[in-house]
Ligand binder design. Structure first.
Ligand SMILES: [Fe+2]
Length: 219
Protein backbone atom coordinates (compact mmCIF):
# COMPACT_ATOMS: atom_id res chain seq x y z
CA UNK A 1 0.00 0.00 0.00
CA UNK A 2 1.70 3.24 -1.07
CA UNK A 3 0.07 5.40 1.61
CA UNK A 4 2.19 5.34 4.76
CA UNK A 5 -0.05 4.99 7.82
CA UNK A 6 2.25 3.76 10.56
CA UNK A 7 2.32 7.17 12.30
CA UNK A 8 -1.44 7.50 12.66
CA UNK A 9 -3.17 7.59 16.00
CA UNK A 10 -6.46 5.81 15.52
CA UNK A 11 -8.61 4.37 18.29
CA UNK A 12 -11.05 1.52 17.89
CA UNK A 13 -14.64 2.36 18.76
CA UNK A 14 -16.11 0.35 21.67
CA UNK A 15 -17.82 -2.78 20.42
CA UNK A 16 -16.67 -2.16 16.86
CA UNK A 17 -12.97 -2.94 16.48
CA UNK A 18 -13.33 -2.53 12.71
CA UNK A 19 -14.29 1.15 13.20
CA UNK A 20 -11.68 3.74 14.13
CA UNK A 21 -11.84 7.29 15.42
CA UNK A 22 -9.12 9.79 14.52
CA UNK A 23 -8.36 13.37 15.50
CA UNK A 24 -7.46 14.91 12.17
CA UNK A 25 -7.93 14.55 8.43
CA UNK A 26 -4.65 12.71 7.87
CA UNK A 27 -5.86 10.04 10.30
CA UNK A 28 -8.50 8.94 7.79
CA UNK A 29 -5.69 7.11 5.99
CA UNK A 30 -6.22 4.42 8.63
CA UNK A 31 -8.87 3.08 6.24
CA UNK A 32 -5.91 1.28 4.63
CA UNK A 33 -5.24 -0.75 7.75
CA UNK A 34 -6.27 -4.38 7.37
CA UNK A 35 -9.60 -5.13 9.00
CA UNK A 36 -10.85 -1.52 8.87
CA UNK A 37 -14.39 -0.80 7.69
CA UNK A 38 -14.85 2.79 8.80
CA UNK A 39 -12.79 5.74 10.00
CA UNK A 40 -14.45 8.73 11.65
CA UNK A 41 -13.12 12.23 12.09
CA UNK A 42 -15.24 14.49 14.30
CA UNK A 43 -14.43 18.09 13.54
CA UNK A 44 -15.26 21.71 14.16
CA UNK A 45 -16.48 23.79 11.23
CA UNK A 46 -16.54 27.58 10.84
CA UNK A 47 -19.60 29.30 12.33
CA UNK A 48 -20.36 30.89 8.98
CA UNK A 49 -20.73 27.45 7.37
CA UNK A 50 -23.13 26.31 10.08
CA UNK A 51 -25.12 29.56 9.86
CA UNK A 52 -25.33 29.37 6.07
CA UNK A 53 -26.68 25.83 6.16
CA UNK A 54 -29.11 26.52 8.99
CA UNK A 55 -30.55 29.49 7.14
CA UNK A 56 -31.45 27.83 3.85
CA UNK A 57 -34.95 26.52 3.16
CA UNK A 58 -35.00 22.98 1.79
CA UNK A 59 -35.72 24.17 -1.74
CA UNK A 60 -32.58 26.29 -1.68
CA UNK A 61 -30.22 23.48 -0.66
CA UNK A 62 -27.75 22.84 -3.48
CA UNK A 63 -27.97 19.58 -5.39
CA UNK A 64 -24.87 18.52 -7.32
CA UNK A 65 -23.88 15.44 -9.27
CA UNK A 66 -20.42 15.66 -10.77
CA UNK A 67 -19.26 12.37 -12.23
CA UNK A 68 -15.60 13.18 -12.87
CA UNK A 69 -13.95 15.97 -10.92
CA UNK A 70 -10.23 16.74 -11.02
CA UNK A 71 -9.76 16.83 -7.26
CA UNK A 72 -7.01 19.45 -7.33
CA UNK A 73 -9.46 21.79 -9.09
CA UNK A 74 -12.52 20.75 -7.10
CA UNK A 75 -13.27 24.31 -6.00
CA UNK A 76 -13.53 25.49 -9.61
CA UNK A 77 -15.69 22.51 -10.60
CA UNK A 78 -18.10 23.00 -7.72
CA UNK A 79 -18.25 26.77 -8.30
CA UNK A 80 -19.06 26.19 -11.96
CA UNK A 81 -21.82 23.76 -11.02
CA UNK A 82 -23.31 26.18 -8.48
CA UNK A 83 -23.28 28.97 -11.04
CA UNK A 84 -24.79 32.22 -9.82
CA UNK A 85 -25.11 30.84 -6.28
CA UNK A 86 -21.40 30.12 -5.84
CA UNK A 87 -20.71 33.37 -3.97
CA UNK A 88 -23.65 32.94 -1.59
CA UNK A 89 -22.63 29.32 -0.89
CA UNK A 90 -18.90 30.04 -0.65
CA UNK A 91 -18.35 28.59 2.88
CA UNK A 92 -19.91 25.32 1.72
CA UNK A 93 -18.02 25.36 -1.55
CA UNK A 94 -14.71 25.75 0.29
CA UNK A 95 -15.44 22.88 2.67
CA UNK A 96 -16.63 20.54 -0.08
CA UNK A 97 -13.52 21.27 -2.14
CA UNK A 98 -11.28 20.50 0.86
CA UNK A 99 -13.02 17.18 1.50
CA UNK A 100 -12.83 16.24 -2.18
CA UNK A 101 -9.08 16.90 -2.21
CA UNK A 102 -8.69 14.99 1.04
CA UNK A 103 -10.52 11.94 -0.31
CA UNK A 104 -8.51 11.98 -3.54
CA UNK A 105 -5.25 12.08 -1.59
CA UNK A 106 -6.29 9.30 0.76
CA UNK A 107 -7.30 6.88 -1.96
CA UNK A 108 -4.81 8.14 -4.57
CA UNK A 109 -7.41 8.85 -7.22
CA UNK A 110 -6.94 12.18 -9.04
CA UNK A 111 -10.42 12.07 -10.58
CA UNK A 112 -13.38 11.47 -8.29
CA UNK A 113 -17.17 11.61 -8.25
CA UNK A 114 -18.82 14.28 -6.11
CA UNK A 115 -22.45 14.41 -5.11
CA UNK A 116 -24.26 16.79 -2.83
CA UNK A 117 -27.70 15.37 -2.11
CA UNK A 118 -30.60 17.25 -0.55
CA UNK A 119 -32.83 14.58 0.98
CA UNK A 120 -36.13 14.60 2.80
CA UNK A 121 -37.45 11.11 2.24
CA UNK A 122 -36.34 7.62 3.23
CA UNK A 123 -33.52 7.33 0.68
CA UNK A 124 -31.58 4.10 1.22
CA UNK A 125 -33.56 3.14 4.31
CA UNK A 126 -32.17 -0.39 4.31
CA UNK A 127 -28.75 -1.07 5.73
CA UNK A 128 -26.31 -1.85 2.94
CA UNK A 129 -22.74 -1.66 1.69
CA UNK A 130 -21.89 0.79 -1.09
CA UNK A 131 -20.82 -0.65 -4.44
CA UNK A 132 -17.48 1.11 -4.37
CA UNK A 133 -14.18 0.52 -2.63
CA UNK A 134 -14.15 3.58 -0.40
CA UNK A 135 -16.55 6.48 0.03
CA UNK A 136 -16.31 9.73 1.98
CA UNK A 137 -19.51 10.91 3.66
CA UNK A 138 -20.29 14.15 5.44
CA UNK A 139 -23.76 15.26 6.53
CA UNK A 140 -23.93 19.04 6.37
CA UNK A 141 -27.45 19.31 7.66
CA UNK A 142 -29.93 17.07 9.42
CA UNK A 143 -29.54 13.60 10.91
CA UNK A 144 -26.29 11.96 9.85
CA UNK A 145 -25.54 8.52 8.44
CA UNK A 146 -26.35 5.48 10.58
CA UNK A 147 -24.08 2.44 10.74
CA UNK A 148 -23.77 -0.94 12.39
CA UNK A 149 -20.89 -2.63 14.12
CA UNK A 150 -19.97 -5.82 12.34
CA UNK A 151 -21.11 -7.87 15.33
CA UNK A 152 -24.62 -6.36 15.09
CA UNK A 153 -25.24 -7.14 11.40
CA UNK A 154 -27.90 -9.85 10.97
CA UNK A 155 -28.67 -11.08 7.46
CA UNK A 156 -32.28 -10.90 6.30
CA UNK A 157 -33.97 -13.60 4.19
CA UNK A 158 -32.80 -11.93 0.97
CA UNK A 159 -29.17 -11.95 2.08
CA UNK A 160 -29.06 -8.20 2.66
CA UNK A 161 -28.47 -6.91 6.19
CA UNK A 162 -31.69 -7.13 8.17
CA UNK A 163 -33.27 -4.52 10.40
CA UNK A 164 -31.20 -4.44 13.60
CA UNK A 165 -32.22 -3.86 17.17
CA UNK A 166 -32.74 -0.09 17.52
CA UNK A 167 -30.13 0.03 20.28
CA UNK A 168 -27.52 -1.34 17.87
CA UNK A 169 -27.79 1.59 15.46
CA UNK A 170 -24.84 3.99 15.67
CA UNK A 171 -24.83 7.45 14.16
CA UNK A 172 -22.30 9.87 12.83
CA UNK A 173 -22.60 13.48 13.92
CA UNK A 174 -23.42 16.43 11.72
CA UNK A 175 -20.21 17.62 9.98
CA UNK A 176 -18.33 14.51 11.05
CA UNK A 177 -16.36 12.99 8.18
CA UNK A 178 -16.66 9.26 7.62
CA UNK A 179 -14.46 7.29 5.27
CA UNK A 180 -16.31 4.03 4.74
CA UNK A 181 -15.23 0.83 3.04
CA UNK A 182 -17.67 -0.43 0.41
CA UNK A 183 -18.52 -3.79 -1.06
CA UNK A 184 -15.29 -3.78 -3.05
CA UNK A 185 -13.28 -3.82 0.18
CA UNK A 186 -12.63 -6.86 2.37
CA UNK A 187 -14.74 -5.54 5.26
CA UNK A 188 -17.52 -3.23 4.08
CA UNK A 189 -19.19 -0.77 6.40
CA UNK A 190 -22.93 -1.48 6.74
CA UNK A 191 -24.84 1.79 6.91
CA UNK A 192 -27.93 3.69 5.77
CA UNK A 193 -29.42 7.11 5.35
CA UNK A 194 -31.62 7.70 8.44
CA UNK A 195 -35.36 7.42 7.73
CA UNK A 196 -36.87 10.90 7.59
CA UNK A 197 -40.54 10.48 6.63
CA UNK A 198 -42.85 11.98 9.16
CA UNK A 199 -40.02 13.62 11.07
CA UNK A 200 -40.06 16.98 9.28
CA UNK A 201 -36.27 16.79 9.04
CA UNK A 202 -34.19 17.05 5.90
CA UNK A 203 -30.55 16.38 5.09
CA UNK A 204 -27.74 17.71 2.99
CA UNK A 205 -25.20 14.97 2.37
CA UNK A 206 -21.82 15.04 0.63
CA UNK A 207 -20.74 11.81 -1.05
CA UNK A 208 -17.30 11.49 -2.64
CA UNK A 209 -16.11 8.25 -4.19
CA UNK A 210 -14.11 6.85 -7.03
CA UNK A 211 -17.08 6.39 -9.38
CA UNK A 212 -18.36 5.63 -11.90
CA UNK A 213 -21.02 3.21 -10.71
CA UNK A 214 -24.31 4.13 -12.39
CA UNK A 215 -26.33 1.64 -10.35
CA UNK A 216 -24.88 2.68 -7.02
CA UNK A 217 -26.69 4.59 -4.32
CA UNK A 218 -25.59 7.94 -2.99
CA UNK A 219 -26.08 7.65 0.73
FE1 LIG B 1 -24.70 3.98 1.06
Amino acid sequence: MPVSTSHLHARAIAGAPEALRVDGPEGLAAIHWPGTALVLWRREVPDRLRALLDGLPFAALPHLRLEAVDAERAGEAVARALGARAAELEPLLVDVAELVRLYARLVERPIVRVRLEAIRDDACRRFHADRVRWRLLCTYRGPATEWLARRDVRPAADGMPGEPEPAAIRRLERFEVGLVAGARSPIPCIHRSPPLSGTGADRLLLVVDEGPDPAGCAC
